[in-house]
Design a protein around this ligand. Structure first.
Ligand code: TTP
Ligand code: MG
Length: 374
């Protein structure tokens, strides 16, 4: 084995988290600049009635009125009743395309690149900045400028010695933020922040911690780790303790392509009628077909998802003899699965979905990565 050089051994890890600002809404502003400066709300309509559904995201104008991801559309309309606001339905195909373009820009600036969501990615840049945080800041400024110039989008970047600190730093100043936390600043940076900034501290854990007198990450760092383990168990207790000290050894890792694609949709009304169900799943198969074609993939497994009127969730799947992306083949298999499901269960469907997995590359397609790297 080749011995490591002194430099490799001593290089300080430098990790960035890049998160695009109010992503879906910013994509809408980018293709229609007249939407800027108006409250803009991107909605997931459930399809039942004009206003049922939830807010996917909102721009910062709308957020000033208390509109944010996850609230009902009806509530958003109430909060924006007296202003000139715009409501748009989600357009995932467009956002995915923008996301891929931005990711391919970011990827070029990383030693190791890990896409962590549609609008966020971790970049390990330790090697190219030689462990120097000031050089990392320069690199981050350049990336922000490149994304702004070529795509018209702003993002917020956090820089730290690991993923945990980089993520919290990216959330610290938004939108269009750049926050750097050097190793010697980690404690001072984390200490005053509320514990719910740590991944894994949700509403319940937060109130449990509060009952122990722990409000800030600093409080958590000072709390006896043995007591944390008593309350939260070995694994979580130790994780909380390390996280509060800003310790995180998780490497930035390239991710393979998503291992499944699914689409799910709400029926106009709950139903056991195969035709009503298949009408809807036919559309979903078409969407999955375009996604497969876009990625140059065929699927070997086809499955259905049913959310019944009692909200119970069911799934069935089958393995095909030959992988396919053909919409008619998808529809035929989905039909068989649904007919069998409806025969066997006597349930009424409220939401129906289609899921494909077991991907193989379509012949003659370039590797997706090579394609993105252009
Ligand atoms: P986020 O990065 O969490 O949010 P954001 O980009 O809209 O806003 P921020 O400026 O705070 O980063 O999520 C990325 C996208 O994911 C978001 O634009 C829409 C979608 N999303 C939902 O559809 N539902 C949700 O509950 C959340 C949180 C996000
Ligand atoms: Mg975002």
């Amino acid at each position: 084995m080749k011995p490591l050089s002194g430099k490799q051994l001593s290089t300080q890890r430098v990790v960035m988290l890049v998160d695009l600002d109010y992503f879906f809404a910013q994509c809408e502003e980018a293709r229609n600049p007249s939407l800027k400066n108006k409250p803009l709300v991107v909605c997931v309509y459930s399809g039942r009635s004009g206003e049922s559904g939830v807010v996917s995201t909102a721009n910062y104008e709308a957020r000033r009125h208390g509109v944010k991801s996850g609230i009902p559309i009806s509530l958003a309309k109430k909060r924006l009743a007296n202003v000139d606001a715009v409501f748009l339905p989600v357009d995932h195909e467009y956002y995915n395309r923008v996301s891929e373009e931005v990711m391919s820009i970011l990827r070029r600036h990383a030693d190791v690149f890990e896409q962590a969501g549609v609008d966020e990615a971790y970049l390990d840049v330790s090697g190219r900045v030689e462990g120097d945080f000031d050089r990392a800041v320069e690199l981050a400024r350049m990336m922000k400028e490149e994304v702004r110039r070529s795509k018209g989008l702003t993002c917020s970047i956090g820089i730290g010695p690991n993923k945990l600190v980089a993520k919290i730093a990216a959330d610290f100043q938004k939108p269009d933020g750049l926050t750097v936390v050097k190793p010697e600043e980690v404690q001072g940076f984390l200490s005053p922040l509320p514990v719910n900034r740590l991944i894994g501290v949700g509403v319940k854990t937060q109130s449990l911690m509060e009952s122990l007198g722990i409000k800030t990450i600093g409080d958590l760092a000072r709390y006896d780790v043995k007591k944390l383990v008593e309350v939260f168990g070995e694994k979580l207790g130790v994780y909380f303790h390390n996280a509060s000290l800003g310790i995180d050894n998780q490497p930035v890792k390239e991710r393979g392509e998503a291992s499944s694609i699914s689409r799910i949709s709400t029926l106009k009304k709950d139903s056991r009628d195969p035709e009503a169900v298949l009408d809807k799943t036919g559309e979903l198969c078409e969407e999955i077909h375009s996604e497969l074609s876009r990625r140059g993939l065929k699927a070997r497994q086809v499955g259905i998802i049913v959310v019944a009127s009692d909200m119970s969730v069911h799934s069935r799947s089958k393995t095909l003899e030959h992988a396919t992306s053909d919409p008619e083949a998808l529809k035929k298999n989905v039909r068989e699965l649904f007919e069998k499901f409806l025969r066997e269960t006597g349930l009424e469907a409220r939401r129906v979905g289609v899921r494909v997995s077991g991907f193989v590359k379509e012949e003659g397609q370039k590797q997706l990565r090579a394609f993105i790297a252009g």
